[in-house]
Write a protein that binds this ligand. Structure first.
Ligand code: ADP
Ligand code: MG
Length: 702
């Protein structure tokens, strides 16, 4: 296996090794310095770099190149140009430094949240050389992809990458101030490290294509629970079916070629649900790689007659999918600032960073909630398998105990240790226990040397979550640095500050069961916000506090934040509109006709049975018919209201429209689904027009 990894890893990436190989030494050194310092590429070397990149790409079969960017749609965008040029009436292959550095796609159809009107179509893409160029290989050919930022003519960010790069710079600036105070004068850079665990479902492509809801919306809008769900917990970590394993093998190989450190794969809790986790990397790369991972999962699944569903809640009644965003800060000298060490109570540097995260999360909980969300996540948050919509932090026994000591007496004097665990079998050795157990119900959990933000929606870019996380932590660190830099007695000021922060923000710490109803009451008592829906969390993007923080650290301007809020409202309205229209279409053209046919068959059989035998008792068939007909009427009434309100939504725009969809359309979607799902349990299978949950979840392969 190692051989395959060695052979494949980074094969399709224009990485350091290839740059060194192919560039003149002085150009290579200049480029490396630019990348290390995150500066703009010197135009004097751009032509040479571009030519080397093109030669490498062409040797590997590429005919086209594209600037690869991440507009606010949440997916990636490409506009392909071939390397072809004409010289003396002959076609030659060319790629200039100018083409490498800057592109100008006509970008009027990307969401801009009002920043740019369609007639001002200019958008610019510009190479982010901290993220390496790579080759995208598909059956259709090979394309050189150049990761770029995307901004408007007036310089506003129109993508998810620009603010992310700005947020890491902001975080770095403040972290460097703090570590200097602790005597780490040698630290020059930080690495904001992120490892996103990706959950997804796999269904057969044939079943997928037979369901309009899956095709148009990525989730089932109808469907009754089959006799078996996930109650036996026999799927979680179960052995992986062979065809799924073949699919995973190809996914891994494709990802390794792209330099993605695909590491862990297993079955998840729900039937047909799986997870893929890479080894963590620098956040900018992690975001790119997660986008590539999602794309690769979808593409490769099709090669195997399968379809990958990235939606947060493809099926009602079984677990949904999320993305666990593991996040920490590591210095260029190798110190993980979130690593507690063996005796955390003595590690004041760690305790300071821990306190900073606690304060940042407590003060900006709704902002984090919105950054992790999309319309799909509404079906997941608060259901009994995902963290609730309330943000709280899990610290575990050891750290909670230290926090309590500090809150009570100003300092902590000991750290609880994990100890040993007896398994009760003489031949087995004792197992060393971690000082802290895991908690699967917390939206924001400390997991040893990192925080794991578990609320993030499975299908979205992880960029927003990290932009917000980086910036709110940078902001708290900047206040801390202001205070500590002025202190006469650093040690004393430090201890006081940690104690003060923990006292003020300990309400956000919760180690119990986040799924319980008691927690909802307790959180309310503590004054923690519980914003239940995505739409209601959007205002957090533009509230005064967010604007102040984002502007102070030059991550996003007020206009940029407002545009993002606008894009989110639009996204919500469009999503619900598509879902409602899909339901209307399926109900009208598939379910209702099917039930009519079934009812007619029942009526026919009643008549023919009566004709055959006058005294025959057909009560139960009559009951069935009347039940079916009642449900059909109920569905039809809901359908009429749903159609009416979906049309009415067009009278509104922006936030008003989103709220209209939430309050006046989604209730009728539920009202329509309910009778149809009940009908599914009555109507004879041969009449049912689409594959059922049983087919979708349990017919995925051997
Ligand atoms: P689990 O969540 O199942 O316990 P792990 O803790 O091994 O799994 O890791 C989950 C993810 O966290 C992986 O992607 C891993 O690379 C990442 N990770 C581990 N350490 C760090 C770190 N210091 N910073 C960011 N991510 C990390
Ligand atoms: Mg995890």
């Amino acid at each position: 296996m190692t051989n395959i990894i060695n052979e494949l890893f980074g094969k399709n990436v224009f990485n350091d090794e290839k740059m060194k190989d192919r560039l003149p030494e002085d150009v290579y050194l200049k480029l490396k310095k630019t990348i290390a310092e995150g500066n703009e590429l010197d135009s004097s070397i751009a032509d040479v770099v571009a030519a080397a990149m093109k030669d490498w790409a062409v040797e590997n079969g590429a005919t086209h190149y594209t600037h690869w960017f991440q507009p606010m749609t949440g997916i990636t965008a490409e506009k392909h140009d071939s390397f072809i040029n004409s010289k003396d009436n002959k076609a030659i292959l060319e790629f200039s430094g100018k083409e490498l550095i800057k592109g100008e796609p006509d970008a009027s159809s990307f969401p801009s949240g009002g920043i740019r009107s369609t007639f001002e179509a200019r958008g610019y893409t510009s190479w982010d050389c901290t993220s390496p160029a790579f080759l995208k290989e598909t059956k259709a050919g090979v394309t050189l992809c150049i990761p770029t930022v995307f901004c408007s003519y007036t310089g506003e960010a129109l993508d998810k990458k620009t603010p992310l790069l700005r947020s890491t710079e902001a975080l770095e600036k403040q972290v460097l101030r703090i570590v200097k105070l602790f005597g780490h004068k040698d630290v020059k850079k930080i690495n904001c490290s992120v490892g996103p665990e990706q959950e997804y479902f796999i269904v057969s492509r044939q079943n997928f294509l037979a369901r309009e809801d899956l095709k148009f919306t990525g989730r089932t809008l109808f469907g009754a629970m089959p006799p078996k769900g996930q109650e036996l917990e026999d799927h979680y970590f179960g052995s992986i079916k062979e065809n799924i394993a073949c699919f995973m093998k190809e996914v891994n190989e494709e990802l390794w070629k792209l330099g993605v450190l695909a590491k862990t794969q297993h079955n998840e809790a729900a039937p047909a649900q799986h997870e893929l986790a890479p080894i963590y990397s620098e956040v900018n790369i992690a975001v790119d790689h997660n986008q590539l991972t999602m794309e690769t999962l979808k593409r490769v699944a099709r090669n195997h007659g399968l379809e990958c569903l990235l939606h947060e809640k493809p099926f009602m009644g079984v677990n949904g999918s999320g993305k666990h965003n593991n996040w920490s800060i590591i210095t260029d000298t190798g110190i993980n600032l979130l690593k507690p060490g063996k005796v955390p109570h003595e590690n004041l540097q760690f305790l300071l960073f821990l306190s900073a995260v606690i304060k940042a999360v407590d003060e900006n909980a709704v902002l984090l909630r919105v950054a992790a969300s999309n319309p799909g996540n509404d079906h997941r948050l608060g259901a009994h398998e995902a963290p609730p919509a309330i943000i709280s932090i899990f610290l575990g026994d050891q750290l909670t105990d230290i926090v309590e000591q500090i809150v009570e007496s100003g300092t902590a004097t000991y750290s609880k240790q994990g100890g040993k665990m007896q398994i009760g079998v003489k031949s087995l050795p004792e197992i060393k226990k971690d000082a802290t157990d895991r908690n699967r119900t917390s939206p924001f959990a400390f997991t040893g040397n990192k925080f794991e933000f578990r609320m993030v929606a499975s299908s979205i870019s992880i960029s927003c979550a990290n932009i917000m996380l980086n910036t709110i932590v940078a902001d708290v660190l900047s206040d801390i640095a202001d205070e500590l830099e002025k202190a006469d007695d650093f040690q004393k000021a430090l201890s006081n500050l940690i104690a003060r922060i923990l006292k003020e923000h300990k309400r956000i710490i919760f180690n119990g069961n986040g799924y319980s109803d008691e927690w909802i009451k307790e959180a309310e008592r503590r004054g923690l916000p519980n914003v239940k829906t995505f739409v209601e969390s959007i205002p957090a993007l533009t509230d005064e506090k967010t604007v102040k923080i984002m502007q102070k650290h030059h991550v996003m301007s007020k206009v940029e934040l407002e545009s993002r809020a606008e894009v989110q409202y639009e996204l919500y309205s469009k999503t619900i509109n598509i879902e409602a229209r899909t339901m209307i279409e399926m109900a009208k053209r598939q379910y209702i006709p099917a039930v009519i046919n079934f009812n007619k068959a029942l009526a026919d059989s009643i008549i023919s049975m009566k004709n055959a035998l006058k005294d025959i008792d057909v009560t139960f068939i009559i009951d069935k018919l009347s039940k079916s007909q009642n449900l059909l009427n109920e569905a039809n009434n809901a359908l009429i209201k749903l159609e009416e309100n979906t049309l009415n939504a067009a009278k509104y725009t922006g936030k008003e429209q989103a709220l209209f969809f939430k309050d006046n359309v989604t209730p009728y979607m539920e009202a329509l689904r309910k009778p149809i799902d009940q009908l599914e349990e009555i109507v004879e299978k041969k009449y049912w027009p689409v594959p059922t949950y049983g087919d979708l979840l349990f017919e995925v392969g051997e």
